[in-house]
Design a binder for this molecule. Structure first.
Ligand code: ADP
Ligand code: MG
Length: 256
């Protein structure tokens, strides 16, 4: 069973086609870079996987994650909620609750799985608190557990978001431009963290990157979008210079 299966995904905004018949399959345990220039449709594609955006109504589009339908024909599937609980999201803008501690931010990952009364009151068991510390250990931040989230650097906050996905017991992590606002050293640490949890825990990772160098360093496969179509899908080594020039034009040497 593939981790992701997208078939004939079509999405338009105001009648402008942003995704044109996109089909993708990602196997469990892969670490895939989704690349392409700004506006090529990467974020829109990612949002379909979490059921934050739906394909065109009555299009033949199907999106499945972890063997469960997320959406079909532009409508949410019955299993959407259950599937979403297994998908960890990491965004460019860290998305932590600044005034809460690092540990509490990680515990938020457990909210979808605990009884409603406890989630409403923010009550966590000792076992859950311990598990949050273990998740922080996995991303190298255990010693920062009691700090306010906003007191951490951008790269550290991004690793807290990854720990939150571990707390959630996510089987797949979707990271949309997780290093776009980070310096090179922080970017390296975030990418290494994603790579480590992919390799050691077998969590499937799909990461959008506009800097190809990071895709080449940390991912084994690349899927490139160009103007809403799959332009390349294959081993990262197949990303030849001519292909990248075509993909990015003169922007290729920017960044890092
Ligand atoms: P990328 O992440 O590759 O930069 P996006 O998926 O964000 O690209 O955007 C692809 C195209 O879709 C862009 O032209 C963008 O302006 C458009 N778009 C994205 N979201 C919306 C929206 N909610 N409403 C209208 N247009 C949108
Ligand atoms: Mg984007």
């Amino acid at each position: 069973m593939p981790a992701i299966k997208i078939t004939a995904l079509r999405k338009s905004f105001n009648r402008v086609a942003v995704l044109k018949d996109v089909s993708i399959e990602v196997q469990k345990g892969e670490m895939v870079a989704l690349i392409g220039s700004s506006g090529s449709g990467k974020s829109t594609l990612m949002r379909h996987l979490s059921g934050l955006t739906f394909a065109n109504r009555n299009s033949p589009s199907t999106v499945e994650v972890l063997g469960r339908k997320v959406q079909q024909n532009g409508r949410p599937a019955k299993e959407l909620r259950a599937t979403r609980a297994r998908i960890g999201n990491v965004f460019q803008q860290f998305n932590l609750v600044n005034r809460l501690s690092v540990q509490t931010n990680v515990l938020i990952g457990a909210l979808s799985r605990i009884p409603t009364y406890r989630s409403l009151l923010g009550w966590f068991t000792d076992e859950e608190k311990l598990k949050a510390l273990e998740a922080l250990e996995s991303v190298g931040l255990r010693q920062h557990a009691l700090k306010r989230a906003s007191d951490l650097s951008g790269g550290q906050q991004q690793r807290v978001a990854i720990a939150r996905a571990l707390m959630q017991e996510a089987e797949i992590i979707l990271a949309d431009e997780p290093i776009a606002s980070l310096d090179p050293e922080s970017s390296r640490q975030v990418m290494e963290t994603l790579q480590r949890i992919n390799r050691e825990m077998g969590i499937t990772v799909v990461v959008t990157l506009h800097q190809v160098e990071y895709a080449q360093k940390y991912c084994s496969r690349a899927i490139a979008l160009k103007e809403g179509e799959i332009y390349f899908d294959g081993s990262i080594d197949g990303l030849e210079t001519s292909l990248l020039t075509d993909l990015y034009g003169t922007r290729i040497s920017e960044g890092t």
